[in-house]
Ligand binder design. Structure first.
Ligand SMILES: *Cc1c(COP(=O)(O)O)cnc(C)c1O
Length: 394
């Protein structure tokens, strides 16, 4: 039995308190607390520059950001095709925007919405496609762009996990009509609560900004039914100081992820769902799949870790399509989602944050290794990693 206190799935990163104080003094002096104040404007520009995107709008959180984006796409009364393997906010935002989620199955390599399954689900009622870059692993963005062009349907990415994720072509946030980042406490980059909408062009940003501010155009005109999705000056102050440290945080996450990769790569029955460590990744999570050829099932491993005060999490279990408000939808039918169903029964996210204690991490690795069935080296599943790495690299 090792000691060292509980290890939770994540631990929010905070900048040094002293760096925030001058910005708080600015707020106290200006008495500008919200409504597109000076710090929100500064943070908006700085964040866009950091992420390498042109049109970025800060919002109060990703959930309202998704609602605003979907509202701009006029989805009400129609259907939005999305993944059942996500955090529940993905489908809830669709429902709050007045549309019905239609669930498509996922790709077993990336765990993201499968464009082929999406194409089969398109109907005359489809108003948008909402894929998720799950765990910061990029979707097949080119395939979704192709669908969007051929069917004339907008693509709105739930990019809650995709902070600073890029490929050879630059930020993945440039794809689609809009992408929505979460800046929540538990994400890679946080402003306590917060979010950002990345728009394809200036007009979209302008419309999104208006929708986030009650639909107000100017003092005398309200032109659309907006809501209040504004970020406050306090959250922007946190964001500005977090930006000074984010590169170090992501680098530290990469080191933790690499230690898991090295420790778990050859465990029988465990597949690491991890793109190659290095540039372009944010190492938001370390998901593993606990296969049938492991020595115990996923829930038994979860309990085994818990007995050592290590709190891994089943992200995402249950599927959104199994939740009571969605399970009666035709697309929620178990037979339509075989991959998602298998993944949700095998997925386990291991604790990952920049200052995870290496000794505690080694305990986690040892516990996972000890749980494997002894079935000989030729059954090792590193093959999966190789296939997966090839897919990501291509
Ligand atoms: C966290 C999360 C959200 C919601 O983000 P908030 O900023 O907390 O509203 C939406 N979608 C996914 C996939 C998430 O993980």
């Amino acid at each position: 039995m090792t000691s060292g206190g509980p290890v939770f799935i994540t631990k929010p990163s905070l900048p040094p308190l002293a760096e925030i104080i001058p910005l708080l003094e600015e707020i106290w002096n200006s008495r500008m607390l919200s409504n597109n104040g000076p710090l929100v404007q500064r943070f908006e520009a700085a964040l866009a520059r950091y992420l390498g995107v042109e049109h970025l709008s800060l919002v109060a959180n990703a959930t309202v950001g998704l609602m605003v984006a979907l509202r701009h796409a006029a989805v009400a009364g129609g259907e939005v095709i999305t993944t059942p393997f996500s955090f529940v906010a993905t489908a809830h935002a669709i429902t709050w925007a007045g549309a019905t989620p239609v669930f498509g199955d996922i790709d077993p390599g990336t765990l993201n919405l499968d464009p082929e399954r999406v194409e089969r689900a398109i109907t005359p009622r489809t108003r948008a496609i909402m894929p998720v870059h799950t765990f910061g692993i990029p979707c097949d963005v080119a395939a979704f762009q192709d669908l969007s062009r051929r069917y004339g349907i907008p693509v709105i990415y739930d990019a809650a996990h995709a902070f600073a994720v890029s490929d050879a072509g630059g930020s993945v946030l440039q794809w689609g009509d809009m992408s929505v980042l979460s800046l929540h406490a538990t994400k890679v980059f946080n402003t306590f609560e917060g979010g950002a909408i990345i728009s394809r062009d200036r007009d979209t940003k302008r419309a999104v900004d208006r929708l986030s501010n009650f639909g107000i155009t100017d003092e005398a005109h309200v032109d659309t039914i907006g809501l209040n999705a504004k970020m406050s000056e306090i959250n922007a102050a946190i964001g500005l100081t977090q930006l000074n440290h984010i590169d170090d945080m992501i680098r530290a996450r990469g080191i933790v992820a690499q230690r898991y990769m090295d420790g778990l790569r050859n465990v029988n029955g465990v597949r690491c769902v991890c793109p190659p460590c290095g540039s372009g990744q944010n190492h938001y999570a370390f998901p593993i799949l606990v296969g049938r050829d492991y020595g115990m099932n996923r829930d038994a491993l979860l309990e085994r870790l818990k007995a050592h005060d290590i709190h891994a999490r089943r992200y995402f279990y249950p599927l959104i399509s199994d939740m009571p408000m969605y399970r009666d939808l035709p697309s929620a039918h178990a037979g339509f989602l075989p991959v998602a169903r298998q993944i949700t029964s095998q997925i386990l996210c291991l604790p990952l944050y920049p200052d995870l204690d290496p000794a505690r991490q080694q305990t986690i690795i040892d516990l996972v290794i000890q749980g494997q069935a002894d079935i000989g080296p030729d059954r090792q599943n590193s093959r999966f990693d190789v296939e997966y790495l090839a897919r990501i690299a291509s």
